[in-house]
Design a binder for this molecule. Structure first.
Ligand code: NVA
Length: 253
């Protein structure tokens, strides 16, 4: 399933003068047991880059290891790097360089959160993550960020995470591939982004959400539709970010 990633890569590729072939595993021989490695070897002879969305990051690595052309992570269970490039671009357009700023992540320590952790030491922002027990980010990601002098803190208190933050970010409580919906809804309910929580952030704080949103769950409509929300610009920026990623893959930048 994909809306923003699929459409933005498709539009970006065409705007750059290229073309696109879209497939899902079920309409390829992959769905009938052809290996990822063999698929990669064939695709490499037919296209100039591959963007893959997969529930298993190991599948993406398997594809990349056997592809002779660039492979782009269009979301896996352990990261969504293309998303956060658009998020950070959107933030910087409104609040200036992200270095030295504080981002607050509320809710599930999921794939999008992981990408914010990966980028923290590279870009110099502070990341405050508030999540319930059992939904914390991968300890290996946190350890790696710490070893690179990344400023990433994890708390159980949403109010502590957003205090003075320049940006408040959340995402669905049930990601693709998650099967424990009821347990998640109960555990994550106290981490909802609402107006009272936003009022604890910096007065110029902005709100981001990669979408799709589940209104009145992880975020209330008053925030996502409110003056501090940049979500539509964030979604549009996926196209611009994807063009940069593709241009970089093709050696143009
Ligand atoms: N964390 C969400 C992101 C969707 C774009 C998921 O993996 O479903």
């Amino acid at each position: 399933n994909s809306t923003r990633t699929r459409f933005s890569f498709d539009a970006a590729m065409r705007q750059l003068g290229g073309d696109v072939i879209i497939s899902t595993a079920s309409d390829m021989q992959l769905g009938r047991g052809e290996t990822i490695a063999d698929t990669a070897r064939v695709l490499s002879r037919m296209v100039d880059a591959v963007m893959l969305r997969s529930n298993r990051h190991s599948d993406l690595e398997d594809l990349a290891a056997n592809c002779a052309v660039p492979v782009i992570n269009g979301l896996s269970d352990t990261g969504h790097p293309c998303q956060i490039l658009a998020d950070l671009m959107t933030f910087e357009a409104h609040r200036g360089p992200v270095a030295g700023k504080t981002l607050a992540w509320l809710g599930d320590g999921n794939n999008v959160c992981a990408s914010f952790i990966h980028a923290a030491p590279l870009l110099g922002y502070r990341l405050n993550i508030a999540c319930p027990e059992g939904y914390a980010p991968d300890p290996a990601d946190l350890a790696r960020a710490a070893s690179l002098q990344g400023q990433v803190a994890v708390t159980r208190d949403p109010r502590e995470a957003v205090a003075g933050a320049d940006c408040v970010i959340t995402d669905t409580w049930v990601s693709m591939g998650d099967t424990d919906k009821d347990a998640r809804m109960a555990a994550l309910a106290p981490f909802q982004v609402n107006e009272a929580l936003m009022d604890l952030a910096h007065r110029d704080a902005v709100f981001l959400h990669c979408l799709p949103a589940h209104r009145e769950e992880e975020v209330v409509s008053a925030v996502i539709d409110g003056p501090r929300s940049l979500i539509w610009e964030e979604a549009e920026n996926r196209i611009h970010a994807q063009k940069s990623i593709l241009a970089w893959c093709f050696g143009a930048i």
